[in-house]
Design a protein around this ligand. Structure first.
Ligand SMILES: NC(=O)c1ccc[n+]([C@@H]2O[C@H](COP(=O)([O-])OP(=O)(O)OC[C@H]3O[C@@H](n4cnc5c(N)ncnc54)[C@H](OP(=O)(O)O)[C@@H]3O)[C@@H](O)[C@H]2O)c1
Length: 284
């Protein structure tokens, strides 16, 4: 039987990376990619229509409200998409017997740990975006048994808005750049996460639950910027600064490294170091 997959938010960076992975694999799995204009996850009629036309084995929710700072002032929209929208998807998945693969974030944690966060660690978000994503996780788990919640961190890719693309642009525009050095995390190439999602689907995994997925290793935004500079061979002075010198509307966790042991052990899945993955991406 041919597997059928629905992907929401297909024009975001993860959605586009997943489209690339599907094209490269050239498999018999049938994917339907729907963008925000094709399917608004806050609209239950649109969701029901999408699920009525075909039977889906998996739904991959790449749709999210990801504007972390704007969310502080636009709480309603953040919760509408990241909490209510996820609840809507979970309900339609339950009705149509579809397994949901949902993406969440390292920002469900408060950043007080000094060792990588495990799936079992207490979630205490410190900004609206994190709260809205955690509420989505809770709604989903109340409704569904067959789900994968994959928390990831510091996503970047050749698509959309992300730190790597911003740095490459600023390196060309400026002679010197201040970058925060006291927030530690694991940069993650969205293409690697897309491959893992494809792996779950193609293996028809039933290892349901919450997972942490990131590239291996950890760094600060300053360390990340320095590596981008080194690999892109652009000339710019990068100056490390404290978060207090770069105030943002949303507070961010100081430390949000995720422990990927559960993914590695459950799926015998090999993860890539963040520096190697960045090098691969910049060489595309
Ligand atoms: N980016 C990160 O650093 C990061 C870190 C940790 C976790 N994550 C999580 O990883 C996932 C993928 O992130 P990403 O970076 O690929 O995000 P992204 O590039 O911002 O893409 C999100 C997509 O969702 C769509 N969308 C927004 N509201 C929608 C709605 N109501 N209905 C349907 N689609 C809607 C957006 O469409 P429009 O552009 O048309 O609004 C966009 O295409 C998200 O769940 C995010 O929370 C991201």
């Amino acid at each position: 039987m041919v597997l059928r997959i629905l992907v929401t938010g297909s024009q975001g960076q993860l959605g586009q990376c997943l489209q690339d992975v599907v094209l490269k694999n050239n498999s018999s799995i049938e994917f339907v990619f729907l963008s925000s204009s094709d399917l608004d996850i806050t609209n239950t009629d649109q969701l029901e229509n999408a699920f009525q036309t075909e039977n889906f084995d998996f739904c991959v929710n790449c749709a999210a409200y990801t504007a972390v700072d704007v969310a502080e002032e636009n709480q309603e929209l953040a919760f509408k998409v990241n909490a209510e929208g996820v609840k809507n998807i979970a309900e339609v998945c339950k009705k149509h017997n579809t397994t949901l693969i949902h993406i969440s974030t390292d920002f469900v944690f408060d950043g007080k740990n000094r060792t990588p966060y495990k799936e079992t660690n207490t979630t205490t978000p410190i900004n609206i975006y994190g709260e809205s994503k955690l509420t989505g996780e809770i709604f989903l788990q109340d409704i569904l048994d067959r789900y994968f919640i994959i928390r990831t961190s510091w996503l970047y890719s050749e698509y959309g808005h992300n730190f790597v693309k911003t740095m490459l642009r600023l390196f060309k525009e400026k002679d010197a750049l201040n970058v925060v050095d006291d927030q530690i995390g694991s940069p993650t190439y969205a293409g690697d996460l897309a491959k893992f999602i494809y792996y779950i689907i193609s293996s028809q995994s039933t290892n349901y639950g919450v997972y942490h997925f990131s590239n291996l290793g950890e760094t600060s935004w300053f360390g990340f910027a320095k590596k981008i500079k080194e690999l892109s061979k652009l000339h710019v002075k990068i100056i490390p600064i404290a978060s207090s010198e770069f105030p943002t509307k949303a507070v961010r966790p100081n430390y949000s490294v995720l422990s990927t042991k559960k993914v590695e052990e459950t799926f015998s899945y090999g993860l890539i170091n963040w520096e190697n993955s960045l090098q691969n991406m910049l060489a595309i």
